[in-house]
Design a binder for this molecule. Sequence first.
Ligand SMILES: [Zn+2]
Length: 460
Amino acid sequence: MKKVFNNILLGRFLSVLGSFIILLFCFQTDEVYSTPIKNDTKNFPVKRPLNLFNLEESADTIFNLVQKVGAKPIANIKKTRLHKNENLSSALKRINFENFHIIKIIKTISELNEGSKIFSSLPVGMIIQYSNPSSLTGGALKLNYTKTKDIFVWQDINNNYQSQVFLRPTRNEETLVRGVIKNNLYISALNSGIPEKTLLEMISLLGFSVDFQREIRSGDSFEVIFTKEVDILSNLVIQTKPIKYVSISLSGNKLNFFNYEDKFGFPQYYDENGKSSKRTIMKTPINGARLSSRYGNRKHPILGYTKMHRGLDFAAPSGTPVFAAGDGIIEKAGWNGSYGKYIRIRHTGTYKTAYAHLSGFHKNVRSGKRVSQGKIIGYVGTTGRSTGPHLHYEVIKNNVQVNPMRIKLPAGKNISKEDINSYKNHVQKILNQKIALEKSNQNKKIAINNHNISKILVLN
Ligand SMILES: [Zn+2]
């Protein structure tokens, strides 16, 4: 827990530090707003204001802007949020702007490039910072209307309202997060600072190989590298890019996956040898057999009436080997009523496969054991309610049998021989980056230890 706290603290501290550096940079190079903004600047590309000394989302930002553009001085700055069922006009009314001012404010905003679109897209809960106009002071507003944009409105010395959209300053941060799982991957990962979107990506990509319900043990660990775009003013993560690398250690078994974009630019994941993260389930877990009964309604050969056949039958001589249709854990291996000798494998949280009427089990097959795709698990037989030697094979999705011929599982294409060298170089680059990030995380820890923690907290 303490470690997590330190990491968060560390992250914040570095963000703040980074912000100062970027701000200094902005301050030295950005001269666009050293002269008052005139109406005709509205068509210029959106630029950031120079008023970013103070990282807090505070009154100072409007105040600095007002000074910079030579606007009418403002009074106290107050803060409210846009309520449900409110538009900007009614919100301004609520915070004591007179109609006369509201009309002018709406007009100047509607003249912006994004114009009337702005009014329909103001989010409920949006922070409105404002200063009420009076005979001596000007009215001013700051609306944090999207994650990345602020609208400033101010009154010039001629009492006219002006407005401008500003981009909030952001930076990209390469991030390595490591964590140990306490009870639950989800909670442990969130606690270690992985954004939820990244965590969901992680779960869907590991989901082919890991059964999160049953396979995770306390003390298992994970690490993930991703890029996040951070708002310098608020320090909030605006968005994250697709995971670059993820690794999970399950009772000592380590699974690593690397992002390697396909030719369309979509992220695909492979292990260090170029094997796809996507695991498929074989539709025919037996060699040289004949499909003797399909999935669907049929007249039952023993019971004599029409019954739904919820699997595939493969006719084959007794003793023909049966393979595990995919990587997974054996959930049951034993007698199961009319199924006779029966094996069920759990592949993921979603998919299982079952094999019935076997004559016997492979010697390594026991419930709770891990099997990999293509390994022999048992032998064709005619145990249970069966008329002759065959394999009855079922694919079970969320505990309901589905037609094995119809399931659409991802193809799980591996890296081709032609691409394997460039893929391995790519993997090496990511691993080098991982080492660099480990070092920098280590340095952050040292930095934090050399500082008075209460001072750092004040920065936030
Ligand atoms: Zn059958």
